[in-house]
Design a binder for this molecule. Structure first.
Ligand SMILES: Nc1ncnc2c1ncn2[C@@H]1O[C@H](COP(=O)(O)OP(=O)(O)OP(=O)(O)O)[C@@H](O)[C@H]1O
Ligand SMILES: [Mg+2]
Length: 788
């Protein structure tokens, strides 16, 4: 074993008070034993005068977490590293604990037992280090700046100094801290590099010695950082100014201050908090109808339409405002709108924001947050589950609004049927709603039920227009026909008035665009809760699963209390994006959004809503010349299925015509008859979505650019009808709209639930005798009762 080149060895000088603490930290096992020998003499790394020779794998930063290292004094001294085959190899130094047992003396591993070598520092110099550390960084910076050249350094110091600065340039801590003085993360490495060059040209011996003593790591970074800041302030004023304006223009902190008029009001917030089917919306609407002027904000067009119809029927004149339609009722002082369309300029006596828990929705949450923060209403009624209660409370304390809570219980408890359908769709009964989580499964279930039983099925899923969903709901609710089963997706969870006796989960897993995952408990509760509705044929609700294996998960979900939401969604207004865009005149709109997301600042209670959908449209529209930033922003919010190339093509066409100042035409053939197969049905769905998009655009851009609104409205009505008729007749195997999506396995019968999750539940079931099984064993028919 040969001695390697001289290196620095770190010594730690400890006061008597700290000696035991440091020792315990360095050698926890050995010296905690009651029979420990005299510590100061027994270990090769301990020197008798409270001086610790720190093994190479330790740096001062190791002490920061466990010890108040500022009470300690570190010093570096040269040592020789182990050399094997002529190559220095610090890693081959044994670990600390094994050193204790295997190494007899320091000289055995090539360390300089006598400590200080040429670079040894006297105690006065150690004192000097403390003085350097406590010096004003501004002064140090000025001294460096004004120095004509650097002091001479030894080779070893120089090498270590390079390491220290390399560490600084890569330091996440320093880069983060630099943000506070408006040095952006992308500029930080350049600034750090220039700082290093500056330092090397000017450095003073005492500061170098101190940095060498500290070594690479957080201590050196902390020492250098304020000097770096001074350097940056003087060297990069333009970069700092630019970054500062960029950050300020992407400031989404304190969103409650964005609505000064609402803040000037003393608003009363009433939180109607409870499970599904407990009368929350009903009670909020009572106040809405009593008010002189009211607004109802809905999560869905369908629900806005339902409230519009209901309150007009009760003699309260109410208009309808959704992205796609404006139905103005003369003399109306009330409006039912979708939450995205809410006006924060109008003054209302009562506002209702339904399904307030949607504030936490990753994509649309911002619309609920904006409504809550910005509505100018004396009284705001929030309806929803308890998941956002605490965060609403926090927001109210910031806005200065009064919060009142009204608790609700389900009118009739929800009963879980432990028997399940035993995996056989032949066991469906009149009034059942079979819930599946893909369009494909929905049609497979419908096909199977209609083939093997006497029942007929209505269907409801997200891609259907609200008018068709409503038509299907009415068909199902009506006693006087054979359509007594509903097959639906999670779209059934909100907004429809349905007479469901029993909700049966076909499966409890769902494709999330990436992979198949268990349906979240909150969603399971919401959907199951649709069974049994006050005033309907079935006031008492049941729920179960198709397969016995899924029952435990259903029970688990229903038992689970709502998870508390910690953050709610935000998205910038156009004006904020425009201000931000001023910093980046040359980037595309999609890049601009990306930069905004990277640089925006948010308070802890908020997250920036997903903008994947928006970016995809922005990228597509990049080739369209002549659109202003505001046009692009608005086009990006158009309701389009980004996975449907036909719909995307039409959006591109609309935007191109608009940019060329041409009247935007619909240029789409009208189907003559109902769909005869699944691809014709898909075509009808797409056509309706394109028409709906046209109507949406006509409401969000100057009307005269979209001159065919009347024609498009008529076409949309016709297609919704054709869709309804097609669905009642549909008896074909479904096709996939998205060929990229993995298809579920098929069996002979044509339907097979996803298996991956079953295994998971089976495993769980084997772990214990489940409640569901016990009940099944006792042949209990009705099992557990939940007020979910
Ligand atoms: N006091 C009442 N008198 C008559 N009908 C009522 C009353 N309260 C609620 N209902 C009816 O009960 C049904 C469920 O009420 P509501 O829609 O308000 O429940 P919810 O808690 O908002 O449930 P959801 O989860 O569906 O939003 C509705 O059809 C409603 O009209
Ligand atoms: Mg409701």
């Amino acid at each position: 074993m040969a001695r390697g080149p001289a290196r620095n060895l770190l010594y730690l000088y400890s006061s008597r008070d700290n000696f035991t603490k440091v020792r315990a930290f360095l050698f926890p096992n050995r010296f905690h034993r009651a029979d420990s020998p005299n510590p100061s003499n027994s270990h090769p790394f301990l020197t008798p005068d409270s001086k610790f020779c720190i093994p190479p794998q330790f740096s001062p930063s190791h002490f920061t977490q466990s010890l108040n290292y500022r009470c300690l004094n570190f010093q570096r001294h040269p040592f020789s590293t182990l050399v094997e085959n002529g190559t220095p190899n610090l890693n081959s130094a044994p670990a600390l604990e094994s050193e204790v047992t295997e190494v007899d003396s320091i000289s055995d591993i090539g360390l300089d037992e006598n400590g200080p070598g040429n670079d040894n520092l006297e105690p006065e110099k150690r004192l000097n280090f403390a003085q350097i550390d406590s010096r004003d960084p501004v002064e140090i910076y000025k001294e460096l700046r004004d120095a004509s050249k650097s002091d001479k350094q030894s080779r070893s110091d120089w090498d270590l100094l390079i390491e220290v600065f390399r560490g600084f340039a890569k330091s996440g801590w320093a880069s983060n801290q630099a943000l506070a003085v408006y040095i952006g993360a992308s500029f930080f490495p350049t600034a750090a590099h220039k700082f290093r060059n500056f330092f090397f040209k000017k450095c003073k011996i005492d500061i170098v010695k101190y940095l060498v003593f500290l070594g690479p790591g957080i201590e050196a970074e902390k020492f250098l950082f304020p000097i770096f800041v001074e350097f940056c302030l003087e060297e990069f004023p333009d970069e700092i100014k630019r970054f500062r304006s960029m950050v300020e223009s992407a400031d989404l902190t304190k969103p409650h201050t964005w609505f000064p008029f609402a803040r000037a009001m003393k608003r009363k917030i009433v939180y109607h908090c409870g499970p599904t089917n407990s009368g929350k919306t009903y009670n909020a609407l009572q106040r809405f109808m009593e008010a002189k002027k009211g607004i109802y904000c809905s999560p869905l067009r369908l629900l806005a339409m339902e409230v519009f119809d209901k309150v007009n029927a009760l003699g309260v004149y109410c208009s309808l405002l959704t992205g796609q339609e404006k139905k103005f009722v003369p003399f109306s002082s009330h409006v039912a709108c979708t939450v995205e369309m809410v006006s924060v300029d109008e003054l209302y006596e009562v506002a209702v924001i339904d399904e307030i828990q949607m504030m936490a929705d990753p994509s649309r949450g911002y619309a609920w947050t904006r409504a809550l923060l910005g509505l100018k209403a004396d009284e705001i009624h929030l309806c929803g589950d308890p998941s956002v209660l605490n965060i609403v409370r926090k927001i109210c304390s910031e806005t200065g609004d009064e919060l009142v809570q009204q608790r609700y219980d389900r009118f009739k408890p929800l009963v879980v049927e432990a028997k399940t359908l035993l995996g056989d769709l032949k066991n469906v009964k009149s009034g059942d709603c079979i819930v599946a989580f893909s369009r494909r499964e929905i049609f497979e279930v419908k096909l199977a039920i209609e083939k093997y039983t006497k029942h007929r099925c209505c269907v409801i899923y997200g891609a259907l227009p609200p008018e068709t969903r409503r038509q299907q709901a009415n068909l199902f609710n009506d006693d006087n026909n054979e359509y007594d089963i509903l097959v639906a997706s999670d779209a059934v969870g909100m907004g429809l008035n349905l007479h469901i006796r029993r909700v049966v989960f076909y499966s409890l897993s769902k494709y999330n665009g990436d992979k198949t995952v268990p349906v979240p408990a909150s969603q399971v509760k919401q959907i199951a809760g649709r069974a049994g509705r006050r005033g309907s044929r079935y006031p008492e609700g049941l729920t179960t699963t198709l397969h016995l294996e899924d029952l435990d998960y259903l029970i688990e979900c229903l038992k689970k209390s709502f998870d508390e939401v910690k953050k709610v969604g935000l998205f910038p207004f156009f004006e904020q994006v425009e201000l931000f865009a001023g910093q980046f005149p040359d980037v595309t709109f999609a890049q601009l959004l990306e930069k905004f997301a990277e640089n925006c600042r948010l308070d802890g209670s908020y997250f920036l809503c997903h903008h994947h959908h928006i970016k995809k449209i922005a990228n597509m529209l990049e080739e369209v010349q002549g659109l202003s930033l505001e046009d692009r922003f608005n086009f990006c919010f158009a309701p389009v299925n980004i996975r449907d190339p036909k719909a995307m093509y039409h959006l591109l066409r609309f935007a191109s015509s608009y940019a060329h100042k041409l009247p935007v035409n619909i240029a789409m053939g009208m189907p003559k008859c109902t769909a005869r197969n699944d691809s014709e049905l898909l075509d009808l769905e797409t056509k309706h979505q394109v028409l709906s998009m046209y109507l949406w655009l006509s409401n969000h851009f100057e009307g005269e650019k979209f001159p065919y609104v009347k024609k498009v409205e008529a076409m949309a009505v016709d297609i919704a009808e054709l869709l309804g008729e097609s669905l009642t007749k549909a008896n074909w195997k479904p096709e996939s709209r998205n060929p990229g999506k993995p298809r579920q396995q098929e069996n002979e019968g044509g339907y097979e639930r996803p298996r991956s999750l079953i295994k998971l539940y089976e495993q769980k079931r084997q772990e214990g005798f489940s409640a569901g099984q016990k009940l099944e064993k006792n042949n209990a028919h009705l099992a557990l009762i939940y007020s979910t």
